[in-house]
Ligand binder design. Sequence first.
Ligand code: AMP
Length: 445
Amino acid sequence: MSFETLGLSTELLRAVSEKGYGQPTPVQKQAIPIILEGRDILAGAQTGTGKTAGFTLPLLQRLHTSLQTPASGKAGPRSIRALVLTPTRELAAQVAESVVNYGKYLPLKSAVVFGGVKINPQIQRLRQGVDILVATPGRLLDHVSQGTVNLSNLEILVLDEADRMLDMGFIRDIRKILALLPASGKSGRQNLLFSATFSEEIKQLANGLLHSPAYIEVARRNTAAEIVTQVVHPVDRQRKRELLSYLIGSQDWKQVLVFTRTKHGANRLTQQLEQDGLSAVAIHGNKSQGARTKALHDFKQGKVRILVATDIAARGLDIDQLPHVVNYELPNVAEDYVHRIGRTGRAGNEGEAISLVCVDENKLLRSIEQMINRSITKVVIDGYEPDPSIKPEPISRGRSQQRSGNNKRPSFGKGAQAKNGNTRTSAYPQNQKSRRRTSRSRSAA
Ligand code: AMP
């Protein structure tokens, strides 16, 4: 199936072909025709599936078509007609970039608002009138309280990565935003909800929001041909940094995403790598938005070899063809492991997920292996053999990692199942443990 058969307009097809996409991804094949019909959808799809284009393309087309229809009564000053809510600033920026890219041949205006940067330029931009607003919930509500956004003419609402928004404590903000919107339902607002997993909370949200939704579920893009090789290198706690530098240098890795558990750990590791002569930059919630954007940009451009990130900061990052992801420290929550390794092996490329595991982390490793339903190959690197006399020590938990609650979150269904096999994964296993963050902790990473 080609993009041409999905019913997209020539302007959108032109933008898509300039991106170089040959075929629509499964989520695009399913979602685009349904959204073009004006139906609500509940989609089980996560970053990496091509979901952003899956909702952005038909959204642009619907807005453009109703703009062209004289009877639509849409004449007059621009007002916000489509709102995309995302959990993180980075994802908001990426979605906004997609809106601009795919919509470059259409006369629609868009803007993005998120926290951590000055609000005034956003206000100026909003004053000029926008059709499509991409926003994180907190900053959107700041704008609402200042009277700088008007959502009363909204036609399409997208909740992107809804499960993450709930994890990050945004449910109250989302409910406040929903209360500001015009009625949905037949001939009213169209609602699109994307989530990788479906907890009771998400189901409740979906039930209250969606009207006769079409259900779409797809596996990650890298489940089919994909290839994430996973390996654990057992190593002593004090020698991890040395081993990491050694691996990067000896194997000549050009672009590596490294995960640490805490912001402090990310900073420290970055400094140490720099001391080892490896260019590295950290990305976490204590960095200003400008610094985060620059770090990501430099990494994507290949100006910096290593991006050291905490889990929340890395959410939704879309970095194409990332060959190596390193768990410098295992995450406290097994589900984060799956999100981390999902950063590699994207778009049908091969990827490698390497975990440096010390004696303190054996319990965490076991819970990860239980969750993904297989054991991960262990390879001891010559010269880095763990000292068996070293005793486990408690793992320090950064503030961002402290969880309350431990609700089981069922997976979405068949597309979410892990495949069996020794060193390969299809990356989205069943019965993940979910975590929930309080609203206080949402800026923590
Ligand atoms: P997303 O899941 O929306 O974050 O998209 C993941 C990546 O897939 C992004 O880099 C997109 O640019 C890319 N992508 C989206 N649609 C396609 C397609 N049809 N063919 C190839 N790559 C795509």
